[in-house]
Design a protein around this ligand. Structure first.
Ligand code: AMP
Ligand code: ZN
Length: 479
């Protein structure tokens, strides 16, 4: 393990401070991130959150930790705002397919989109519908402890009783009166003891299609419960990191904390991380308000917002140019600028590979490497890390112009760590560079064929032409 891991500091929403990260079990890190509700195609805002946690996952692995990364799939229990209708069920009715077909379709799509962004797969990807038994068991435990009650076949978390023994809303620091005023969750309000109580189990109405047997009714679990039950099952009562988008802080994460804390007497995760929102026209990207754009619409240029198409790596690079705790606004100008900047990084990689070495060096590559670690150790600060890449461009230019010298050892260190930070940690891929290599190989083949023709060696020249033809590359000979 690298010594630099000791310096990793992470901003913790629970304490509102940047704290040194040290895992509960040496070398092991447990991380839970709230995954998507798979009732439609994820938009770029959702993707930003998963790309941010990909960087965190990659860096923790780079530091040598054995990371168990659990990212769930919400396929039941997430209700439409202001209504009792499950998002998946509603979609199944509109598309006239089975709810589980909706789930499969959008889960597959979610995976393919993240693959395009070179996002690593989590260690476990549990579904809410696959953990109904665990959720029913957990509800029973909460009832037995006196923190939940049954009412007309539904079960609600008793926030008043909880507040007598623990602090409710630890993350967003709302007091209960505020919660009542803000609460849009009026569903079941005549069944609740207090308006701010939230559902652990809902009795299903007759028309509801996704329902399971339980001791209380034929029904379905509340949305907040799945993450409590699945994190507990796969990471235990106490684990290292819990993450999600900032919009999940309240009520989702505050409710999750309450559900676990009333059983184990402790907050489930040590560090709570929240990614800030991707905005479009200055407003949060969101499917429900229509203020959203899909990754595919940017890749194929089929949209009314952007003047041209952009690649997944340009988009990913654009997202990394902001720190994950800051908002970032998507616009044509911003993507055009990111594309140009990313091209400079691609060029940097080539220049670095081709850099001429001397016997002596007046450059210490280790300083540059240390600065990169300093940046990323500062709460995974990707824009600072990218700024170091531009420092490297300056260093390379000084070597090229003869102002500075570099020996092979220092050059190899730069090549190695540039690859570590850009490819392993940021997960950028340099596909376009590969394409350039392929073009160069093609040029060599064509030049070789021309030489063979000049020498009237037609057997070889025709062989090359026919082979290229079979790959769809047609060569026409003219004077
Ligand atoms: P959902 O499928 O709505 O549960 O969202 C999946 C994840 O995307 C959650 O962690 C949300 O907080 C996150 N998310 C939703 N909208 C945005 C946005 N505009 N920018 C960044 N993250 C978002
Ligand atoms: Zn969750």
């Amino acid at each position: 393990m690298l010594s630099s891991n000791k310096d990793l500091k992470i901003y913790n929403s629970l304490t509102s401070t940047k704290d040194i990260f040290s895992p509960i079990n040496e070398n092991l890190v447990g991380m839970y991130v709230c995954g998507p509700t798979v009732y439609n195609t994820v938009h770029l805002g959702n993707i930003r959150t998963f790309i941010s946690f990909d960087l965190i996952f990659r860096y923790l692995k780079h530091l040598g930790y054995n990371v168990r990364y659990v990212r769930n799939i919400t396929d039941v229990g997430h209700l439409e705002d202001d209504s009792d209708e499950d998002k998946i069920s509603k979609r199944a009715k509109t598309e006239k397919i089975e709810p589980m077909e909706v789930v499969q379709k959008y889960t597959n799509e979610f995976h393919s989109i993240l693959d395009l962004f070179n996002v690593l797969k989590p260690s476990i990807e549990p579904t809410a519908s696959g953990h109904i038994i665990e959720q029913i068991e957990m509800i029973q435990e909460i009832i037995d402890k006196g923190y939940a009650y049954e009412s007309n076949g539904s079960v609600y978390f008793d926030t008043n009783t909880f507040s007598k023994d623990f602090k409710y809303s630890k993350l967003s620091n709302r007091d209960l009166d505020n919660v009542i005023n803000e609460s849009r969750d009026l569903a079941g309000s005549n069944e609740k003891r207090n308006l701010q109580d939230f559902a652990l189990w809902k009795k299903a109405e007759h028309k509801h299609i996704m329902k399971w047997k339980s001791p209380w009714s034929l029904g379905f679990p509340g949305w907040h419960l799945e993450c409590s039950a699945m994190s507990r099952k796969y990471l235990g009562n106490k684990f290292d990191i819990h993450g999600g988008g900032l919009d999940l802080k309240f009520p989702h994460h505050d409710c999750e904390i309450a559900q676990n804390e009333c059983l184990s007497n402790e907050v489930s995760a040590n560090f709570w991380l929240h990614t800030n929102m991707l905005t479009l026209n200055g407003k949060k990207m969101s499917k429900s308000t229509g203020n959203s754009v899909l990754a595919s619409e940017i890749f194929d240029g089929n949209n009314n917002i952007f003047s041209k198409s952009f690649s997944p790596m340009t988009l990913k690079f654009f997202m990394y140019q902001a720190h994950y705790r800051n908002t970032i606004d998507l616009s044509n100008e911003a993507l055009l600028a990111s594309e140009k900047t990313f091209e400079k990084i691609v060029q940097l990689k080539k220049d670095l590979d081709n850099l001429e070495t001397s016997d002596t060096s007046n450059i210490s590559s280790q300083d540059w490497v240390d600065n990169c670690y300093k940046s990323i150790n500062d709460d995974f600060n990707s824009p600072k890390l990218i700024a170091n890449f531009f420092d490297l461009i300056k260093i390379i230019n000084e070597i090229k112009s003869g102002k500075k010298k570099i020996d092979k050892e220092n050059k190899d260190l730069l090549i190695n760590y540039f690859s570590v930070f850009s490819t392993d940690i940021l997960g950028l891929s340099f596909e376009s560079e590969k394409n350039d290599n392929q073009n160069q190989i093609l040029d060599i083949l064509i030049e070789l064929r021309d030489k063979e023709r000049e020498n009237k060696n037609y057997i070889i020249s025709d062989f090359i032409r026919d082979k290229l033809n079979s790959l769809g590359i047609n060569i026409e000979d003219n004077k």
